[in-house]
Design a protein around this ligand. Structure first.
Ligand code: FSO
Ligand code: SF4
Length: 553
């Protein structure tokens, strides 16, 4: 195995990458290799699918299979080798169907179908050993000796950004929003990667295309979420337990949460959010369920302690799952792209979760005093007070905005983001996005002229809100977004964050502070180039970064 797709990659060797008996996330070599092979297989589907689509014979089901398959390979999503073996077999069937559609469409137009090579010709070996032999040829470092580390790094940048795009697009498709233009672009970009490109300039240009595609996908996801559940509104979320039986829902998928809320209605079971599910409370159609009583715990990396303590079952709907302790392995369930060997996987019917909740004690008493945190400052809520925000800036009451977005994690370097938030001056506003807000969202930041100093824009899935707000403020002030009194600090962990970073770079947003470490797949040459072309910065000393940010105005 070799994997360097996330921030927690092993950095003890000469070059970053998990290559031992297990990845730092707990991924085994078998799972890692099968994931590489699945990526190879979906590239092969995309080679035919992109050509078929040009001929008017697009296959949207195949595109959705690609999105889902790519999502399963994200960090901390699916660890079940048998699941990958079945996805690989399914991939061959999908590829054959798309190939036939392409060849028929070509012949119908009097064209000779192209004879494709590379991943398009792949077929799975009949057994696991054979598949693992195939995987050894197609890992992310394939061709390293010939093309060198910079090209490998740029291919990885495109691929990992695309993985994030596919995950976000999958979230939108489950809510019924499909855009064939998005499918076409995903297929095009995967097909491009299938050809093992070697030109660094072209690869960087495609990476920015991944970023632009991600903007479209995030807009689609925003429309899917708000169209289904309404626009988030500022909402106080209880963070202390309520007496009664309980289910905990983690991950990002609002549709799964909605289905569970419907299926638990009238049972007397209380539902709690965890991790990235916290912003769900802001959506009117979800908040309408009175048994969605609060949030329990913090960010994903705390789950082993928190899940063990929670007196009910847990449902994981998307990233980020960590190896479940034996103490709760019998009462954690996965759904959608998520999986862990031996953990029960459910599809739409959550009765086993409800039965598990009924069999458990739940919380014996309601914890007093009640504590709460406020969420729900998505684009509509913030833009509805744009006039007040603009006035506050013009009158000097608000001097600066700090957008602290991205993922939390256990490494000490992430204290930067905590320190940045806590030392930001009193006349600044902090916007949060993603799960790293848990580092400081129980702190009372106060308010400025009625505007709370801490505004949570939502999950990392809600990046479109943040971009919309930034662009609207730039318009109000008649300036470029880079001239706003705004500092972006992005805490990355996995491939959704890579997609978001590429979107910001594609929009021309400069001076983003990225941390706690730069991606291991970016070589020193690539870092130098990106720093030079996009003004990307690493996180430094929070006090100095604040001083620089304030001095820049
Ligand atoms: Fe966090 Fe995990 Fe949203 Fe990430 S739960 S870490 S980029 O997957 O998804 O912010
Ligand atoms: Fe290592 Fe991250 Fe890959 Fe897991 S996903 S094997 S931690 S680089």
């Amino acid at each position: 195995m070799f994997c360097f797709q996330c921030e927690q990659t092993d950095r003890t060797g000469q070059t970053p990458g998990c290559a031992g008996a297990r990845g730092n996330c707990g991924k085994t070599p078998v799972t890692a290799d099968l994931q590489d092979l699945l990526v190879h297989a979906v590239k092969g589907i995309a080679q035919y699918a992109s050509r078929a689509r040009v001929l008017g014979a697009g296959d949207d089901d195949a595109a959705r299979f690609v999105l889902f398959s790519m999502f399963t390979t994200l960090t901390n999503v699916n660890f079940t080798p048998t699941r990958f073996v079945s996805l690989l077999r399914e991939a061959e069937g999908v590829r054959n169907r798309v190939r036939e559609r392409y060849e028929e469409a070509a012949r119908a137009r009097g064209l000779v179908p192209e004879a494709l090579s590379g991943p398009a010709t792949w077929s799975p070996e009949p057994d696991l050993d054979g598949m693992l032999r195939q995987a050894a040829e197609v890992g992310v470092r394939a061709g390293l000796d010939v093309v060198g580390p910079d090209v490998v790094g740029l291919r990885a940048l495109c691929l990992y950004g695309l993985k994030g795009v596919c995950a976000y697009a999958h979230h939108a498709t489950v809510l019924g929003l499909h855009d064939p233009k998005v499918y076409a672009e995903v297929e095009d970009l995967l097909s491009f990667l299938a050809d093992n490109p070697t030109d660094p300039d072209q690869l960087l240009e495609r990476a920015l295309r991944v970023g632009m595609l991600n903007l479209d996908v995030m807009r689609l996801l925003d429309a899917a979420n708000t169209g289904t559940f309404g626009s988030p509104q500022p909402t106080a979320v209880r963070t202390t337990p309520v007496a009664g039986k309980a289910i905990l829902v983690s991950g990002h998928d609002l549709k799964d949460l909605a289905a569970l809320l419907e299926q638990t209605a009238g049972t007397g079971i209380n539902v709690y959010t965890h991790g990235e599910m916290l912003p769900a409370h802001g959506y009117p159609a979800l908040r309408a369920h009175e048994h969605l009583v609060g949030n329990y715990g913090g960010a994903w990396h705390e789950q082993q302690v928190e899940f063990a303590r929670f007196p009910g079952p847990i449902l994981m709907t998307s990233n980020c799952i960590i190896e479940p302790h034996l103490s709760y392995r019998h009462r954690i369930f996965t759904t959608g792209p998520v999986g862990w060997p031996g953990v029960r996987h459910l599809t739409e019917d959550f009765r086993p979760v409800i039965q598990a909740a009924m069999a458990m004690p739940g919380f014996a008493e309601t914890e007093e005093p009640e504590r709460a945190i406020t969420v729900g400052f998505a684009r509509d809520a913030v833009l509805s007070v744009t006039d007040r925000i603009v006035d506050a800036v013009r009158q000097g009451a608000v001097r600066h905005f700090f957008l602290i977005g991205g993922c939390d994690g256990p490494t000490p370097g992430r204290n930067y983001f905590t320190d940045l938030a806590l030392s930001a001056p009193q006349d600044s506003v902090i916007l949060t996005l993603g799960c790293n807000k848990y580092r400081f969202n129980d702190h009372d930041f106060g308010s400025i002229g009625g505007i709370p100093r801490l505004l949570d824009l939502g999950q990392c899935n809600d990046t479109y809100s943040a971009i919309t707000i930034a662009l609207r403020l730039a318009k109000e002030f008649g300036c470029d977004v880079n001239e706003l009194p705004l500092t972006l600090a992005l805490s990355w962990m996995e491939q959704k964050a890579v997609a978001v970073l590429l979107s910001l770079l594609a929009l021309g947003i400069r001076n983003i502070h990225l941390g706690p470490d730069l991606p291991g797949f970016l070589t020193p040459n690539l870092v130098a180039r990106i720093v030079d072309e996009f003004g990307l910065r690493t996180v430094g000393d929070p006090a100095e970064d604040i001083a620089t940010a304030l001095g820049r105005r």
